[in-house]
Ligand binder design. Structure first.
Ligand SMILES: Nc1nc2c(ncn2[C@@H]2O[C@H](COP(=O)(O)OP(=O)(O)OP(=O)(O)O)[C@@H](O)[C@H]2O)c(=O)[nH]1
Length: 245
């Protein structure tokens, strides 16, 4: 650490340039300066003769180790949280992936049991997605999925949970929601979505949905099978509709 010393017996190089050079008398220098003196160079200039070294306060060794350890822990916690986020999230859309869904389902099932509340599940499947990909390209297909997720998020309650089950198929968990309420919510969104264009997409995009409410002691597999059967019925009924199971 260096600081300016006004009381230095040495002249600054600015002053030195106006006066004849004179080597400082080392014996008259304060002790801390003696080891750090710059002697004149070949062109006669003295570099930084007015600077002297002072010691910065050094933290106790234990305190320093604690600071380093705390910084490292914060770094690891942040990396862990990012890794968790990546492990539970679909990279394309930002919706939960299957693993994220399983976690969320366990949590919501426990809450539903605790509160005696209904847990509705909706399966959403984009219509004629293969044709969209084939006509407009895979990139437009990806953009459509991203837009669907964004629109669903904007339309749903913050407590609703959205998961990409695979391909163009999504599952929604609607906590504390009865069947008729869930059907009404998904139908409302369906009308909005079908009426609005996907940005940059020349084709109209619709989806079919199957909605169920979990029955007492029904396994996740069975709930999904019922929702899947309802979605299949919606496809058979001409697509762009919601069927409850
Ligand atoms: N762009 C894009 N396409 C995907 C992705 N995942 C799956 N697909 C495509 O989605 C298409 C799904 O096709 P199908 O299962 O026949 O379904 P569909 O064409 O929507 O037909 P219906 O369900 O009967 O309306 C396939 O062509 C898959 O390749 C993805 O992440 N991005």
């Amino acid at each position: 650490m260096f600081k300016h010393d006004e009381s230095s017996p040495l002249q600054s190089s600015r002053h030195a340039s106006r006066r004849p050079h004179r080597l400082p008398d080392l014996a008259n220098l304060p002790l801390p300066m003696r080891g750090h003196l710059s002697l004149p160079t070949a062109n006669g200039r003295v570099h930084h003769p007015h600077i002297r070294r002072v010691e910065a306060p050094v933290p106790a060794p234990g305190a320093l180790q604690l600071l380093v350890a705390e910084a490292r822990i914060a770094e690891l916690e942040s990396a862990l949280s990012e890794a968790r986020q990546a492990a539970f999230t679909d990279a394309l859309t930002g919706a939960l992936n299957r693993r994220g869904f399983d976690e969320a389902y366990k949590r919501e099932l426990a809450r539903s049991r605790r509160n005696g509340s209904q847990l509705a599940i909706a399966l959403i499947d984009v219509d004629d997605f293969k044709r969209l990909n084939d006509t407009l390209g895979h990139h437009m297909g990806d953009e459509t999925l991203v837009h669907l997720v964004k629109s669903l998020r904007a339309a749903l309650r913050p407590s609703d949970i959205l998961c990409r089950f695979g391909g163009e198929e999504f599952v929604l968990l609607l906590p504390e929601t009865a069947l008729d309420e869930a059907v009404a919510a998904i139908s409302r969104f369906q009308r909005q979505f079908a009426a609005s264009a996907v940005p940059g997409c020349a084709l109209a995009v619709t989806f079919s949905a199957g909605v169920v409410v979990r029955q007492n002691s029904e396994s996740l597999e069975d709930v999904i099978l019922r929702a899947d059967a309802a979605t299949y019925a919606a496809k058979r009924a001409g697509k762009n509709c919601v069927i409850s199971g």
